[in-house]
Design a protein around this ligand. Structure first.
Ligand code: E4P
Length: 215
């Protein structure tokens, strides 16, 4: 499973990218709002930091507007793909963009049926939102597992990005379910690296080293 970061904050992207684990970035208007800067400039900077796919989101509600926005966003850099929301207009846009060779990430996926429609329309990626499903009492990991199983059964090329991840167990669960990619918030990346036994272990090794270092 490839690891993407789910943020538009460039300092966070640089920090995790320096770990050597990052293969892509996803952004959306809410994440861009947290970064509080010009969206296109921000996407261009991110595309220069990380080599892998960078998702930038279109905000039009009708297919012609989505397509026009997608062309502009995809022109920012060769590794930029365009997030299009799951809806009939979005499907029309995804279908047209796939014929033009513009990569799309069908976002706001909450069911296997929506994922089936997105892949049939030609989406490069689909993003099921696990956390938001859990928030309303559904099981995000189960929906993810259904999508992965169906895509494997029919050898669908669309890649599954496990999104809206809230905690480290979502990451492990996504890997066990066979997601192609997990897009992970900065704080969850930090939590993945931590374990109290690691901290205790480092402390003990250092304490023992102090006792023998001058022998
Ligand atoms: C992914 O592409 C989405 O931008 C993101 O994961 C949504 O997460 P949220 O439900 O925490 O807003």
């Amino acid at each position: 499973m490839r690891l993407f970061i789910d943020t538009a904050i460039v300092d966070h992207i640089r920090e995790i990218n320096d770990w050597g684990v990052l293969e892509g970035v996803t952004t959306n208007p809410s994440l861009a709002c947290k970064a509080n800067r010009n969206y296109r400039e921000c996407v261009a900077e991110i595309a220069g930091i990380v080599d892998g796919p960078i998702s930038a989101e279109a905000v039009s509600l009708e297919a012609p507007g989505m397509i026009a926005e997608a062309r502009e966003l995809a022109a920012i850099a060769a590794n930029v793909n365009v997030k299009i929301p799951m809806c009939p207009e979005g499907l029309k846009a995804i279908s047209a963009l796939s014929k033009e060779g513009i990569e799309t990430n069908c976002t706001l996926i909450f069911s296997a049926n929506q994922a089936l429609l997105a892949s049939s329309a030609g989406a490069t990626f689909v993003s099921p939102f696990l956390g938001r499903l859990d928030d309303i009492g559904n099981d995000g990991l189960r929906v993810l597992a259904e999508i992965v199983e169906i895509y494997e059964y029919y050898a669908v090329e669309t890649q599954v990005i496990s999104a809206s991840l809230r905690h480290v167990q979502h990451v492990v669960g996504s890997a066990l379910a066979g997601a192609d990619i997990a897009t992970i918030p900065y704080d969850v990346f930090k939590a993945m690296a931590r374990h109290p036994l690691t901290d205790i272990g480092i402390e003990r090794f250092l304490a023992d080293w102090e006792k023998i270092k001058d022998l």
